[in-house]
Design a protein around this ligand. Structure first.
Ligand SMILES: C[S@@+](CC[C@H](N)C(=O)[O-])C[C@H]1O[C@@H](n2cnc3c(N)ncnc32)[C@H](O)[C@@H]1O
Length: 332
């Protein structure tokens, strides 16, 4: 069992199925399995507006905790070729971006959020950590991934089309770490040429369920073939879900905090359907179940997160799946 601060590694302190049985047998949790009752909450103008207000209220930067465990969960971030590109989506104050920048001195990090306020804070925190080393490898932009998607300078339409046609000649499929750009040189006039990795760390749960498919597709479009999404988010029956009262429920497994920000709690099938539906293949997907102790209150808490790793197919795997469909057989 770990203390609250360090309790985030990919591990199994308990079986998720045991927790599920316990929760589903407890009548006091019954409202969590029903569709939303009539919520007394006045929805804010929009979920994005609620996040902007959230960041204005938390401008002191306290909403920042470096997520160092990510390097253990996603070691590809350390072993990728120099100048690989990462897009951190919904970066907040940079809790995910900073440990990655520290750990890999050759990675270029683009970070976006729907709030200008938090992007300013992320820049301050990151340049405060190392102004010289990070300046040329870290840039931010404001966007709402669930409605407008990512800007064209990240991956322009011709490049996106090229990615989709999977026009790659020498992508190796071993671990997805060897990419070839569709253009012959690393220099792109049109855009930065897409990214090798996308991190979605506690961001998708903040987006309303009906806009999640578009959000995941956007990530697919800007990834180079063979590129990967690293996903971590709230899991079904996490302690924080069970603490939501009935009037905070705004949809099935979807809750709204008093400040108007939302949180969805994922089961593995929902995550799988979202990513496979966008065209990804699944590399890893599991619950991370951690018992953590709040030393101050002396309470043991059962935390559940979903850990996922998904890959955008490259030419050879796409051809393989087309051949499989045509012949109705598995090609080995
Ligand atoms: C819980 S925070 C996660 C921050 C960060 N990824 C981390 O690891 O700590 C969720 C972030 O997603 C951002 N966000 C919410 N909806 C968004 C949207 N539609 N487009 C872009 N960012 C969004 C919020 O402003 C917030 O900073």
């Amino acid at each position: 069992m770990s203390s609250e601060g360090e309790a985030e590694y990919f591990c199994k302190d308990f079986e998720w199925e045991d927790l599920r049985a316990e929760v589903e047998a407890n009548p006091s949790f019954a409202y969590h399995f029903e569709s939303a009752s009539s919520s007394s909450l006045q929805p804010p103008e929009s979920d994005v507006e609620a996040w902007k207000q959230f960041h204005l209220r938390h401008a002191s930067g306290k909403f920042f905790k470096e997520r160092r465990y990510l390097l253990k969960e996603f070691p590809e971030l350390l072993s990728c070729p120099p100048n690989s590109k990462l897009l951190e989506v919904g970066c907040g104050n940079g809790s995910t971006a900073l440990p990655i920048l520290r750990a890999n001195k050759d990675l270029i990090v683009y970070a976006c959020d729907c709030s200008d306020e938090t992007l300013e804070r992320a820049k301050e925190i990151i340049s405060g950590a190392s102004a010289t080393t990070f300046r040329h490898r870290f840039s931010t932009f404001c966007c709402d991934l669930s409605t407008n998607g990512f800007p064209n300078w990240l991956a322009c339409n011709p490049c996106r089309g090229q990615f989709l046609r999977n026009c790659l000649s020498d992508v190796r499929e071993d671990n997805g770490l060897h990419f070839t750009n569709p253009c012959p040189s690393e220099e792109f006039d049109c855009c930065v040429g897409g990214v090798d990795f996308v991190t979605l760390i506690f961001t998708l749960s903040a987006v309303p369920l009906e806009r999640m498919p578009k959000s995941v597709k956007e990530c697919f479009f800007v990834l180079k073939p063979g590129g990967m999404v690293f996903f971590r988010d709230y899991g079904l029956y996490d302690m924080t879900m069970l603490r939501f009262e009935p009037d905070k429920q705004v949809g099935f497994r979807e809750y709204m905090r008093a400040d108007g920000t939302r949180s969805y709690f994922f089961c593995l099938d929902t995550v799988r359907n979202l990513f496979l539906g966008a065209g990804f293949t699944e590399l890893e997907l599991d619950y991370c179940c951690v018992k953590s102790v709040n030393r101050q209150k002396g309470k043991c808490m059962q935390r559940v997160w979903v850990h996922g790793k998904f890959q955008k197919p490259a030419l050879s795997s796409t051809l393989k799946s087309i051949q499989e469909k045509q012949t109705g057989e598995f090609v080995t």
